[in-house]
Design a protein around this ligand. Sequence first.
Ligand SMILES: Cc1ncc(COP(=O)(O)O)c(C=O)c1O
Length: 496
Amino acid sequence: MKKYHDEQEQTPFFSKLVNYSKQYIAAFDVPGHKRGNIQTDLTKKLGKNIFLYDSNAPRGLDNLNHPTGVIKKSQELASKVFHADRAYFLTGGTTLGILAMVMATVKAKEKIILPRNVHKSVINSLILSGGIPIFVKPLVDKHLQIAISIKTKNIIKTIDDHPDAKAILLINPTYYGGTCDLQTIIEYAHQKGLVCLVDEAHGGNLYFHDQLPMTAMDAGADFSAVSIHKTNLSLTQSSVLLQKGERISPNRLQATINILQSTSPNQLFIASLDTSRKYMYFHAKEGIDNVLELSHKYSTLINEIPGISVKGRDYFQSIGCFDFDETKIIIDVSKLSVNGFDIYKKLADNHSVQLELAEEQILLCVLSIAQVEKDFLYLLNALKEMSASYYKMEEFNYPPIPLNYPKRCFRPRVAYHAPFVFVDVNDSLGEICAESIMIYPPGIPLIIPGEKIDASVINSINSYIKNDLTILSESEVGKIKVIDRANWKKPKVDNN
Ligand SMILES: Cc1ncc(COP(=O)(O)O)c(C=O)c1O
């Protein structure tokens, strides 16, 4: 144990980078700023230091695409902390990890079983790999109208219905903190010969506390893509792909990562993964103890505000969620006469409170060990003002948002390669969509390439426009990209 502790004191990559930054180097390599020699506005603002640490791949600092030195050593230390056999640092976020693990596992026309409420990077991985998605309906909270988890029996049935499937992808936890019975599902999927992939974009904290839900690696998953930047302490865009076992060869995985990752990965991102891992190893348990205490204390205080309540672990377990990550706070604002999107904007514009996201009836706060108590007071006061202004004591009835997903007609890759036209959203009923459309956050597509546009999709897009939300799509506002059926040689079967 002592040896393990000593080892985790090290930051092999970061330490080497510090040494490098201290040396005088006659720089005939890239980057072009030559260690911050020219004072741009950014250099003036942030200082030269950040540029001294921003090197490319000088001798001694190893190569992320073929790590044999300090990056390899840092990755090995991370693999131990994250209970994995191997850890691959990523400078393109968990997006890159998801693309890589799906592409390395699923070839064109092979099936992958997954919940429909996946992040857009998963859909994009299917465009790249050509895999066939077999979607499973998520568990939806009918009151809050959010997809919170997935039922074991639905996944098991889908596995049984598709004995030819290659892989399964699960989310641990969902954006809103709900988890499924990962261990049971993974054990069953492995028995049936499936490779198990997990999107743990929001689960990096789970590795550090036994009161938080089980991790993908402990549940026996083959891969997990983890946004260290979201719930640990690294810089935005830095993530880790974890691997256990060799159902997919590590060489194939590294080769796939190399297809997707820049050949000039940002050294600051890598350094921040190294220092985050060390800090979390030594201090996360205590930090999460503190955050859970704050989460409980302020959830109780928020519950005292008229018309506003927090939905926590008991609530989500009562509606069928396996477990819940209490470092996420879900605030139910359905009794106020303004919707969640408006409150999100008001809190940011008038109260200096930045929430992670809003939906029609909820607000989501994401906590980490860096949370300070003072910020909860801002939140509490802002919510009190919202209640005073918008809680009218009478029941406010929201029109239910339809939560049925559109019908899949073609694989995402087939639709992506088809000829397309842009049409008015209101004229698109029955067309086959040729793009993914979502609001960000959370970045979960409302419709994906290859699905048929139905009335509920049109209503949701119109409601996003009305609420002035950031819609991620390839079309201008009010339009949608659909397959140009008049000029499309439609495949007889969905097999190209
Ligand atoms: C569920 C989920 N998966 C994957 C991602 C992608 O993660 P990253 O931002 O690290 O690329 C996100 C980002 O929000 C997400 O919410």
